[in-house]
Design a protein around this ligand. Structure first.
Ligand code: C5P
Length: 237
């Protein structure tokens, strides 16, 4: 199947998602990202509804709690049929191992294990914050690498990262470590609030495994056309 960009469904309720999805042909299977905003309004049903429409779902809830709680929560998310979900690497190795165990147990009925990735440092966090607030004197890049290695050692599939960090992270982990990169702009003149962005084609060349694209599709006057053009650039086909 041609590689698809993951569409960030940054909407506040199901009705808005429904209106947005009406821009796409009914039989087109999309890969969508559901984040906290939508999930906390609509609850688990938003996932089962999207799955019933034959879409793949990345549930971006960034779990971070004690291992036992994360394991139980992940079991529940696995049962929803999510295709990908995530945790904060800062929760530690034991938490990540527990997350994987819970997710696998929950998803066992579907016959395939969902992809589990970790957030290292949020890209909203600066080098200065890492040093001064977190007291990590080696700084942001060292911390991102350390968390990526920890996620790999914990049996996770990969991390969320900036496209500009992909090379460094793969070198510290492995070539097929999943690097999911947001901050994608087909036209680098339209940045919204994103700062260090790359085009879909650049992301492919850099070696991103997945790209997440929000506003260039959701706020487009012609969402389906924008989607197809980004998909073409991303897959290179
Ligand atoms: O609209 P835009 O393409 O900027 O949306 C990007 C999506 O990826 C949003 O849902 C945003 O929250 C998410 N994201 C991000 N940067 C990160 C992690 C997640 O933009 N480092």
């Amino acid at each position: 199947m041609m590689k698809r960009p993951i569409i960030a469904l940054d909407f506040s309720n199901k009705k808005e998602v429904d209106i947005f999805l009406a821009n796409f042909p009914e039989n087109e299977s999309l890969f969508v990202k559901v984040g906290m905003e939508l999930f906390y309004q609509e609850g688990p049903n938003i996932v089962t509804w999207l799955k019933s429409l034959n879409h793949d779902v990345f549930l971006d809830l960034k779990l971070h709690d004690i291992p036992n709680t994360v394991e139980s929560a992940m079991r529940g998310l696995g049962k929803l049929g999510v295709d990908m979900t995530n945790v904060h690497a800062a929760g530690g190795k034991e938490m990540m191992i527990a997350a994987r165990r819970g997710l696998e147990a929950g998803a066992s009925q579907f016959g395939k294990t969902p992809i589990l990735i970790a957030v290292t440092q949020l890209t909203s966090t600066s080098n200065q914050e890492v040093r001064e607030e977190q007291l990590i004197i080696e700084g942001l890049e060292a911390s991102v690498c350390q968390y990526a290695k920890l996620a790999n050692d914990s049996g996770l599939d990969g991390v969320v990262c900036s496209a500009l960090e992909v090379d460094m992270i793969k070198q510290k982990t492995r070539k097929d470590f999943v690097c999911l990169t947001p901050g994608i702009r087909p036209n680098l003149n339209t940045l919204d609030d994103q700062k260090r962005t790359v085009t879909p084609q650049m992301a492919r060349e850099i070696g991103s495994t997945f790209i997440v694209v929000g506003r260039p599709i959701t706020k487009s006057d012609h969402p389906y056309e924008s989607y197809l053009s980004i998909k073409k650039q991303w897959s290179g086909e």
